[in-house]
Each structure stands twice: as structure tokens, then as C-alpha cells.
Ligand binder design. Structure first.
Ligand SMILES: NC(=O)C[C@H](N)C(=O)O
Length: 392
């Protein structure tokens, strides 16, 4: 059991609704971001009144790309293959396949790993965390290339552990390998870089850019295992990318009630940081408490994908209440939430160790519970954290 590896850090989320002037200067009609605070005059010579007007040099935004793998970095053996391909491309290969962005931003990149996202380990998650934390110091935007299968989990983890300030952190993936007809990776990557570079993206924290849609990493879920339109978010898309224009539907906003956990970087570099083991049990007809007997010893916390809005057989509810560990009731339905009123109660009328996940799905609930346990939170503190997403 890790000891005090995280501590709570609640951030005040007031973000200004800023208006930006957009200029169209480059050849492909993409807007060049303007960073007012950094404007410089080109000439250091004294300026004679009415004779020489200082010329402004616009600094291009600096964008860090962090590569982790996924289908966006994959190759198949022929152009019709859309399954059974292999991760094989570097960030440089991917950048070679997109339009010239030298007028839009300055790029620096780091290949952290090159894996299918099913192999995204805790160690890699923490490496991404570290790379993003460091990049926040010197960059105006961050793009993370990632496999789509677990992209929403990494995005949720980063949103829960990093206070990005104004810097947009944009996750991007693809559904077709780079070798396929109509591969979606190059356009998705191009759009993600443009989004990360654009001042309108500032103050929006962790974003996901895929299939022309811009969404909040905190809520997005992969809902289709195959199609290009694979990500969905019932809390609403934040914006759209069309013909080099970024259209946000709302002013800058961050997820309501998102708790921020501050990881201790010393623990990360010493390798002593570990996230406690939490498993997910999928509810189904005729499920019995036997599964709990098998797993309860091994795991420090359990998340249930319950049926409906918190339904499990009475025998299961009774056994859950006897366990000395937090148990989160989430849902196997894609949408909706778990009302606290649906939780089982013990003989004192208390929900005991059982906590509702609110709007969080099982995989996001698992990460949130891991972070709470890593911070040594008690059941009532965990309940409070889930209360931020209308659970608890
Ligand atoms: N579309 C994808 O990226 C799926 C791939 N299996 C991954 O998650 O790495």
C-alpha cells in the first residue's frame, strides 16, 4: 500500500471568457495564433515620430508532441487492412504525413513509448504525467498521440492530476492504420496540432480531438470499436474543426467538480509511486457473491458496472456492505448516472463502504478510486470526491 503518494489539491476553476482576434496570414488559411504578451519590435533603433512604425514580430506557439503509439502510429500490410496491424510509426513519420505546419507553430517532440494502448501500464501513465508536467513550463500547447482503446482513461488521469492552467493538452488517436485507404490519423493529428496552437483553446484543460470533434477528456468515452466516429460524449462536444477553422460552442470551461490530485514527483523518480490495485466487476443476470469472495483479498478497492442505475442482487449488496474496503457502484449502461438514493443501506440506514460513481463510467471510476486510495483517503473523503460528479 503506497503511503501518502498523493495529496488533495482543489483548484479554483474560474476561467475568463477571452475574445481573440484572428488573423489569416498563411497559405492554407489556418489562423496564426497571436501571443500578445510576447510581441516584440523587430528594430532596436530609436523610433522617430511619424517616420518608423515598430513592426511586430509574432511568436509562433511552441507545441510539444508526446508520442505513445496506437493505431495512429500503425501500419498494415496492405491498404485495405483495418485490423491486425502493428504499431510501427515514429512521431517524425506521422509529421511527414501532414500538411506544412511551420507557419502555425514550432514543434518539439518526444517519443515516450510506442505501444498499443491495451499495453498502457501504470509506469507509462506516470511517464506521460511527468512529460506533460515538464512541458507545461516551456510550451503553449501539448499534443499526446495515443491508442483510442484506453485514450479516455489516460486523458481522465491527466485531467485529475495536472493543473494545466491555460495550456491546452490535446489527446489524439485514429481508427485506421496509416497504410489504409482514407487513413484518419494524419488529419486527426493535423487538427490536434492546430487546436493546441490556437489561443481559443487556452483555459480548456484536457481535450480530445478526433474525427473533427473537440471534446473534454474528462467525460469522453470510446463507444464504437470500429468506426471513425468512435468517440462520444453525452455532456456535449466542445467544438468542431472544419476547413482549418476551429469553432468552439462555449467559452473556455473546465469539468465541474473535478478533483485535482497532486502527485509527488520525487516519488515518481524514485520509482516508489504505485497506484493501488482496483478491479472492475461487470454485473449480469445471475451474478453471485462468489466473484467478490475471489477478488476481495487481492484488491484494495472494487468498482461495479452495475445493471441500470445501481442494481445488483440483494445477496451481492449484502456482501458488499460487509467488506472493509471502498466499493464504487458505477453502471454498465453507457449513459446516465447512479443516484445515491439507489445505493444499498446497512441496518443503520448508512451506505457504509458503498459509494455511487455519479456520471463516471467504470474505467474512470477505477482511476479516481486508485488516486483516492493512493492519497490514503478514507471512505467519507472518497464519497466527497465522487460527490463532485453527482455521486457519493
Ligand atoms: N484505434 C486504436 O488506436 C486502437 C488500438 N488498439 C489502440 O488502442 O492502441
Amino acid at each position: 500500500m503506497p503511503n501518502g503518494s498523493v495529496e488533495i489539491h482543489t483548484i479554483c476553476e474560474d476561467v475568463e471568457n477571452s475574445q481573440f482576434t484572428v488573423q489569416s496570414k498563411n497559405t492554407n488559411n489556418m489562423t496564426i495564433p497571436e501571443f500578445d504578451s510576447e510581441l516584440e519590435t523587430l528594430s532596436s533603433a530609436p523610433i522617430l515620430p511619424n517616420l518608423v512604425k515598430p513592426t511586430k514580430r509574432i511568436r509562433l506557439p511552441r507545441i510539444k508532441i508526446v508520442g505513445t503509439g496506437g493505431t495512429i502510429a500503425s501500419k498494415g500490410s496492405d491498404s485495405s487492412q483495418t485490423a491486425g496491424y502493428h504499431v510501427d510509426l515514429t512521431i517524425q513519420d506521422m509529421l511527414d504525413s501532414i500538411p506544412d505546419i511551420s507557419q502555425i507553430c514550432e514543434i518539439e517532440y518526444e517519443q515516450l513509448c510506442n505501444v498499443d494502448s491495451k499495453d498502457m501500464t501504470e509506469h507509462l501513465l506516470l511517464k506521460i504525467y511527468k512529460a506533460v508536467s515538464e512541458a507545461l513550463q516551456g510550451f503553449d500547447g501539448i499534443v499526446i498521440t495515443h491508442g483510442t482503446d484506453t485514450l479516455s482513461e489516460t486523458a481522465f488521469f491527466i485531467e485529475s492530476t495536472i493543473d494545466a492552467g491555460d495550456v491546452p493538452i490535446v489527446f489524439v488517436g485514429s481508427m485506421r492504420p496509416s497504410t489504409s485507404v482514407s487513413a484518419d490519423g494524419p488529419m486527426n493529428l493535423y487538427q490536434a496540432i492546430c487546436i493546441a496552437s490556437n489561443p481559443k483553446s487556452r483555459g480548456r484543460s484536457v481535450l480530445v480531438s478526433l474525427n473533427d470533434q473537440i471534446s473534454a477528456g474528462y467525460y469522453i468515452t470510446k463507444t464504437n470499436a470500429n468506426s471513425l466516429d468512435s468517440f462520444n460524449v453525452r455532456q456535449g462536444y466542445l467544438g468542431n474543426f472544419v476547413n482549418n477553422e476551429i469553432h468552439y460552442y462555449y467559452p473556455p470551461v473546465k469539468p465541474q467538480g473535478c478533483h485535482k490530485f497532486k502527485l509527488k514527483l520525487n516519488d515518481l523518480s524514485s520509482g516508489s509511486f504505485k497506484l493501488p490495485m482496483v478491479c472492475i466487476i461487470y454485473g449480469h443476470q445471475a451474478i453471485t457473491p462468489k466473484i467478490l469472495t475471489l477478488l476481495a483479498e487481492e484488491y484494495e478497492g472494487i468498482v461495479f458496472a452495475t445493471m441500470g442505475a445501481g442494481s445488483l442482487p440483494v445477496s451481492m449488496n449484502e456482501m458488499c456492505l460487509t467488506l472493509n474496503k471502498p466499493i464504487i457502484y458505477s453502471k454498465r449502461s453507457m449513459d446516465g448516472m447512479i443516484p445515491v438514493a439507489n445505493l444499498p443501506k446497512d441496518s443503520n440506514g448508512s451506505n457504509g463502504n458503498i459509494i455511487a460513481s455519479g456520471y463516471l463510467n467504470p474505467e474512470k471510476s477505477r482511476i479516481l478510486l486508485q488516486l483516492c486510495l493512493a492519497g490514503n483517503y478514507g471512505v467519507e473523503e472518497i464519497r466527497h470526491v465522487f460527490g463532485g460528479v453527482y455521486g457519493g
